[in-house]
Design a binder for this molecule. Sequence first.
Ligand code: 5AD
Length: 346
Amino acid sequence: MNKLLNELGTRPFSAAEYADIVRLYTPETAAALAARADAVRRTHYGNAIFIRGLIEIGNICKNNCLYCGIRRDNAACDRYRLTDEQILACCEEGYALGFRTFVLQGGEDSAFSDARLCALIAAIKAAHPDCAVTLSLGERSHDSYAALRQAGADRYLLRHETADATHYAALHPADMSFDNRMACLQDLRALGYQVGCGFMVGSPEQTAETLGKDLKFIEEFQPEMCGIGPFIPHAATVFADQPAGDVGLTCYLLSVIRLICPRVLLPATTALGTLAEDGRERGIRAGANVVMPNLSPPDVRGKYELYNHKLSTGAESAQQVADLAKRLAAIDYVVVTDRGDYKKEG
Ligand code: 5AD
């Protein structure tokens, strides 16, 4: 195999070398890297797949990201915000189903103030002291992140979206800043969160060069978690007519990320499962080790529509969790019930 591919993960690469890695993608190189990534993942986590209960707490968002279905300007979006009681009930239900991580995800909505979120996090932690709480609520101030951490939040997901400032500006309105995005990730890291970054594969104006920068950023930042999934157009956005990202390339990039961050917690994302019926299984075989079934109340699930036809694989019944476990057992993985923390070295 190509020398560069062989050296992947054995030494730091430049962004230009990562761009070459991206260009080397073919079904054959993808299969070879997937085998290596699977082996690396097994050294650290065996065949365990971690499950996270995803609770979409609201789709009200002050931002107007050009790709996103819940962007501010989408007047057709049916907005909702869960109550604290509803969120706690989701956790209760999830706990009974075996979930030990709850991910509170939502748009940037000032109604979710620090005071409210801190009380909510404390309540979840009091009810379920053996569970991890992950937040995915966008950009907030350093002091806000500090307060939420203090209240008990363990992890934070904030996709960097792209590590190229010009590309960032092509995906976001002028009132959003690449520098602030990156500063948020540094703040989260400094505050002791397990931090997740990530990006979409096939977003408009993405190139091998911008992906090379994403991979270089990930190599240097060494996130504890990394969310990548294909871009999927949403009819009510600026990018309605843009093509969706490629499932095969997404899986190839999952393998690359596994090789450069051997212990990273890497989800096979909903977007991957949306574009291909067996997308999540393919992601896991390529090196992913996390699945995030939806614990949101069934009546709001369709409303968290980041992109069209979004899959909302529910976990509201033991049957659905058992089905997921069965699908993964069929490809030789075991769904485990524990917090599934990042494994530190040593
Ligand atoms: N296709 C795929 N992923 C999307 N996201 C937002 N819109 C889309 C889309 N159209 C992802 C972004 C964001 C996360 C909430 O979902 O990466 O960070």
